[in-house]
Ligand binder design. Sequence first.
Ligand code: MG
Length: 384
Amino acid sequence: MSRGIAILGSTGSIGRNALRVIEALGPDYRIVGLSAHTNVELLAEQVRRYEPKLAAVTDGPHAERFRALMNGQNLAVLSGPAGLTELIRGDGVDTVLTAVVGAAGLPSALAAAKAGKRLAIANKEPLVIAGELLTRTAREHGSALLPVDSEHSAVFQAMQSGSTREVDRILLTGSGGPFRGATRETLRNVTREQALSHPVWSMGPKITIDSATMMNKALEVIEAQWLFGVPVDKIDVLIHPESIVHSLVEFVDGSVVAQLGEPDMCLPIQYALTYPQRVPGVAKRLRLEQIGRLRFEKPDPQTFRALPLAYEVARAGGTAPAVFNAANEAAVEEFLAGRIQFLQIMDLVENCLNRHSVRPAESLEELLEADVWARREVREMLGG
Ligand code: MG
């Protein structure tokens, strides 16, 4: 079977890995479209190497610069959010890999679902904010949603050995990030650099900070709820510092099925593209005798407030997950800019949720409204 792939966010960490994976998969997997937000130099390099027919730059001024760079190339250059939708609907695109950072990836994920494309989803925020809307849209339009997040890929693989009805518990593993075992007291003065140095995974800055606060795991709990149609009360988090067991599913008979591998995003990316097939690829092979020991422990919900908040937010539903996510995006931005302390990130998120009166949310507009409200609220709390 031949597949035409569009990568949204091809210049980020997932996007670059995806290009390596697809190149190694051979001629059956073609790169038809690429998109970036502002990194037009790297996008230009990728276009020259992989020769897609379509490229989109979502930021207006950067799109102009990209057009100038691509002068004379046989390429359709699209721009802005509308350009992204055009890229998704493009001729020959049957698979869309979304690796955009944050809530910004929501409209394009919805557009891909509406267009009935196979949606390999690396961008967890759309499922957190609009899980009900996105999964319903995908169902209605025959779009297959395939997880790229390593934990969800693991759950998806483990689920092949039973049905959703037979699931007793989903166990999402997390490395614990750079501050595993820390207390609130020791986290008071951590720097941006300490928060950005993840012990296992090499990722973009936003998700790396989310790993340090454990917000990443919190978002993943909500993401799993929608991807697998399992209530959050059946989803647990297990700290596993070696990041070899990517997640587990416990079935009603007590059997626990896990997926293991090196911490390497190439494997979940590839599985989302080749599913239901498995083919040789570039992912590093696991040699358990070299790892030796695997540890598991319970997370600390007092220090890492994101986790208990995730369950409250998921139970509340409606606009709550959108507020939870947006407040975090805004707070992480403040932290990365050096304007707030590490512990303030989750304090801002929690305060923002406390000030929010949850409403039911049926449409994208209502969810985006809640998103805008939360970002404004965070700025206001900081007196800006
Ligand atoms: Mg993950």
